[in-house]
Design a protein around this ligand. Structure first.
Ligand code: SF4
Length: 92
């Protein structure tokens, strides 16, 4: 079983409400060989949303900041943690 990015499976979960479908990935999900997840949505973010990027604060710390300047690091960490939990479940 694979865990794949939902936007690659054709789900419109990107920040701009679009997807980046890859037919091969979509078929893996349709055939039951993969589970599609979007860590950003699992972290509580909405569609659409501001695009984000990882920035450093000058002291070696990284954080995720939206285009509007909002610190969304916690949402990204929460989404990553939930995705890890899903991965552990499907691994067993
Ligand atoms: S977090 Fe969601 S929108 Fe971003 S790459 Fe992953 S699946 Fe796609």
């Amino acid at each position: 079983m694979y865990l794949v990015s939902a936007c690659l499976a054709g789900i419109n979960c990107r920040y701009d409400g679009q997807n980046t479908k890859v037919s091969f990935i979509e078929e893996l999900v349709r055939s039951g060989e993969a589970i599609a997840v979007c860590p950003e949505l699992l972290g509580g973010l909405a569609v659409p949303r501001d695009s984000c990027e990882i920035v450093e604060d000058g002291e070696g710390n990284a954080k995720v900041v939206s285009k509007a300047g909002k610190d969304l690091t916690k949402s990204f960490e929460d989404g990553a943690q939930k995705t890890l939990e899903i991965a552990k479940v499907i691994e067993t």
